[in-house]
Design a binder for this molecule. Structure first.
Ligand code: ATP
Length: 395
């Protein structure tokens, strides 16, 4: 039998952690323009003036959070040398908070000692705001409040109140600046004009990384993460090129480099090669397929399952009506009512857009008619893994 005991190999990586999400680099590379605009927007703080409210936007993984942490750390450091400047920063990620109320509670708890936390329910909204203003008042000085993923807050009330707290007399001791961060590019336009004008006083837009900038980001991490000389030539360039193609997202490029290193280590190879990167990309794409499917609606999943069964039986490309037949059987086992023919066709079109299936229009002329044929665009095993994750009762 294979020996499944564990032994450290000490291969490939020096400090693998440097490729993980939580790792904050000391320097941010490839973001000079964004950083200088952001720096200028923060300048009033160090002058001891009322901070501007700043709104950062740009797609996922383009360094908005990293730039914020980087500049605020420098600002905190330099504020210590300025007489009379008392700077505090608070950061909350609004993912999962959804309302002004919950965000208010999260901010209060961030500012209070662990023994003094408040619960997520049970207080009138006005009391939560009062708790918050009391805490801010106690802090005094300049308080920068970072609301990451601010677009998750569904209502405007907190975003209206916070920037106006001083002018409305809710606080008198402290000067408050709000830094809102969002990767929903429409969020700004959805805000009421009153909220927009105060929250977005200064705006910094983060562009997607191009391949050269991603190379800089990856080279910086490589120095720390990998043993000297283990990356073959072309590996960084390839990860950066894929990253640039995947919407210029540094997180994806870093994930790809990490996965490539993992594959090299698993295979007991001495060097990380372009072949490892290609493999890593396949693996990560499979993970994305699985995640996409498990978040999909139930009937969409059943339609996909129906096509997967036909694919396994060698019956693809399959016509819509054959998929429908297989789908109806699954519905009866699932105990759910089938949706209309038209809805099935719509799901198939959507699955094609998601890149999960591929569909071809066939035209057999007057006698044969026009119809569509479908087959899976991903491997049966990755589609099945995604489906199994959410359809517990495997049909
Ligand atoms: N210029 C950079 N130099 C070094 N590392 C970077 C740079 N930009 C991004 N990263 C790294 O990429 C990852 C994603 O960056 P970050 O979280 O800042 O993105 P974001 O724009 O805030 O996106 P999201 O809204 O999805 O969180 C982090 O691990 C971060 O450390």
């Amino acid at each position: 039998m294979t020996d499944f005991g564990f032994k450290p190999t000490g291969r490939i990586f020096d400090e693998r952690e440097a490729l993980l999400e939580e790792w904050t680099p000391k320097n941010l590379v490839g973001r000079d323009e964004e950083l200088s605009q952001y720096h200028a927007a923060l300048q009033p703080v160090i002058e001891g003036e009322t901070p501007s409210n700043i709104f950062l936007y740009g797609k996922s993984g383009v360094g908005k959070t990293a730039a914020t942490r980087f500049l605020l750390r420098l600002l905190e450091r330099d504020a210590e040398d300025v007489d009379g400047l008392d700077l505090h920063t608070v950061e909350v990620n609004c993912d999962g908070l959804n309302s002004s109320y919950q965000t208010g509670v999260a901010l209060v708890n961030e500012l209070r000692a662990p023994a003094n936390q408040i619960s997520n329910t049970g207080y009138p909204q006005a009391s939560v705001y009062q708790f918050l203003f009391d805490e801010l008042e106690k802090l005094g000085g300049t308080v920068l409040i970072v609301l990451d993923e601010v677009d998750h807050i569904q209502d405007d009330s907190l975003l209206y109140k916070l920037p106006r707290a001083r002018s409305n007399g809710d606080v008198t001791n402290s000067r408050i600046g709000v830094i809102g961060i969002s990767n929903d590019l429409n969020f700004r336009n959805r805000l009421s004009s009153k909220v927009r004008s105060s929250l977005c006083e200064k705006e910094v837009s983060f562009s997607a990384y191009d391949a050269n900038e991603l190379q800089e980001v990856l080279r910086q991490r490589k120095e720390v993460a990998f043993k000297d000389g283990v990356l073959e030539e072309g590996v960084i360039e390839m990860c950066a090129a894929y990253g640039a193609k995947d919407s210029g997202d540094a997180r994806k490029a870093l994930d790809l480099l990490l996965e490539s290193g993992d594959i090299a280590r698993e295979s007991n190879d001495e060097f990380v090669t372009e072949a490892h990167v290609r493999n890593a990309r396949k693996r990560l794409q499979t993970d994305q397929v699985i995640e996409g499917i498990s978040n999909y609606s139930r009937h969409g999943q059943l339609v996909l399952w129906a096509l997967t069964i036909l694919e396994e039986e060698g019956e693809t490309p399959a016509r819509t009506r054959d998929i429908r037949e297989s789908y109806e059987k699954l519905c009866s086992r699932d105990g759910s009512d089938p949706i209309s023919n038209r809805a099935v066709r719509e799901y198939l079109a959507e699955l094609e857009t998601l890149g999960l299936i591929s569909s071809t229009q066939i035209n057999r002329g007057i006698s044969g008619g026009k119809f569509k044929e479908h087959k899976l665009a991903q491997s049966v095993s990755s589609v099945k893994s995604g489906l199994e994750e959410s359809l517990e009762s495997t049909p």
